[in-house]
Design a protein around this ligand. Structure first.
Ligand SMILES: *Cc1c(COP(=O)(O)O)cnc(C)c1O
Length: 369
């Protein structure tokens, strides 16, 4: 049996290393995972309670419209419920957007390197992926960041969707208000700009705009967010899109895989939203630890740019694969992008100390950079 050529050409799924398996393999008590940008905190107490309560109802289908969660999000962001649509993780909404807006032969534009899902979902949708290189950073200066002028220039009349990942995964860099406004002004009205703000809750630079504020009055802008990162629900799978034009939310809703936001996911997300103060305190702790980790890496002479997310980017180029493997041999799992760099999730202070000690050990064994 042969799948569609576009699907045959996709890379096979490679699962990330599991810390328990790695620990067993190398004969240590514990390995740490700083690879997927989850927060290290356990689920919020209110979430655990809500999940336990919802468990008793799971013989029934969930509410396919996620009415309670959608209303809670609309209240939280001061928009109409018709502007909000939920999905089985933000990645599923990305896929639904492509299904809703891309006919074969159209295109999806995004920066590269950015979120790994974008090129895959373009191919599955039969759309052309227009990858616009990041503006290269410089040692000791800013890291690679979006080239919004080049992105605006790359949009043509086949471009139905543009993703702007802000802050960018995996570089952690963010585009500022003036640049983003200028970009949005330049995008033609038939092209939908999706601001992927999966890491919005970790942004501390006041000049990095809140996409939902920027969206107001711009019918071709929508904002993607998730409960997987700051809100601590990665294992539950729930994200959402807020669109200025309700027709965008409606189109995504029409391509929604029925019942894919489970009853447990809806209950957990509603409970998480009601615990926002706790979430904010956790984010502040992550940000403080991000700053400590960044400083510790710079003290070691590494070129680490300021991150606005819950991870840092080590642009180690050709050393990437070897460094990631050497860290793994020392029980630390990171996320390498071969030939480019390593993304390291901000963990607990204890986890980050284990990572720093492993890094020191690797560099003492093979002093390279
Ligand atoms: C993690 C992440 C998402 C969200 O993924 P979920 O499917 O909601 O878990 C979306 N965009 C980016 C850039 C991410 O890093």
């Amino acid at each position: 049996m042969s799948a569609r050529p576009a699907v045959q050409a996709l890379p096979a799924y490679r699962p990330g290393r599991n810390p328990a398996d790695l620990a067993r393999e190398i004969g240590v008590d514990r390995a740490i995972k700083l690879a997927s940008n989850e927060v290290a905190f356990p689920p919020l107490p209110a979430v655990v309670q809500a999940l336990a309560a919802a468990a008793g109802e799971t013989n029934r289908y969930p509410d396919n419209g996620a009415v309670v969660l959608t209303r809670a999000l609309a209240d939280r962001y001061d928009v109409d419920p018709a502007q909000v649509v939920t999905g089985c993780g933000a990645v599923t909404i990305c896929q639904e957007l492509a299904q809703a807006f891309n006919d074969p032969g159209t295109s999806i534009a995004f920066a590269w390197r950015s979120f790994e899902m974008y090129p895959l979902l373009a191919r599955v949708a039969g759309a052309r992926a227009v990858q616009v290189p990041l503006t290269p950073g410089r040692p000791g200066g800013p890291a690679d960041t979006h080239d919004l002028e080049a992105m605006a220039a790359a949009i043509d009349d086949t471009t139905r969707l543009v993703f702007v990942c802000n802050p960018n995964n995996p570089t952690g860099t963010a585009v500022r208000r003036a640049g983003l406004e200028k970009f949005l002004d330049a995008v033609p009205e038939q092209t939908l700009v999706v601001l992927d703000e999966a890491y919005r809750e970790f942004v501390t630079d006041p000049d990095v705009p809140d996409g939902i504020e920027l969206m107001r009055g711009r019918p071709n802008v929508a904002v993607l967010r998730t409960f997987s990162k700051a809100w601590g629900l990665a294992g539950i799978r729930v994200g959402y899109l807020v669109a200025e034009d309700p027709a965008v939310a409606e189109a995504v809703g029409k391509t929604h895989m029925p019942f894919s936001v489970s009853m447990l996911a809806q209950a957990a997300a509603v409970a998480a939203l009601a615990s926002e103060d706790e979430v904010r305190a956790r984010c502040a702790a992550v940000v403080a630890e991000r700053d400590r980790l960044t400083a510790a890496l710079r003290e070691r002479g590494m070129d680490v740019a300021d991150s606005q997310a819950n991870f840092v980017w080590l642009p180690v180029g050709e050393q990437t694969a070897a460094l990631a493997a050497a860290l793994e041999a020392r029980a630390v799992i990171t996320r390498p992008f071969a030939g480019e760099g390593i993304r390291v999730t901000v963990g607990t202070p204890e986890e980050d100390d284990v990572f720093l000690a492993a890094l020191d050990d690797v560099r003492a064994a093979a002093p390279a950079s």
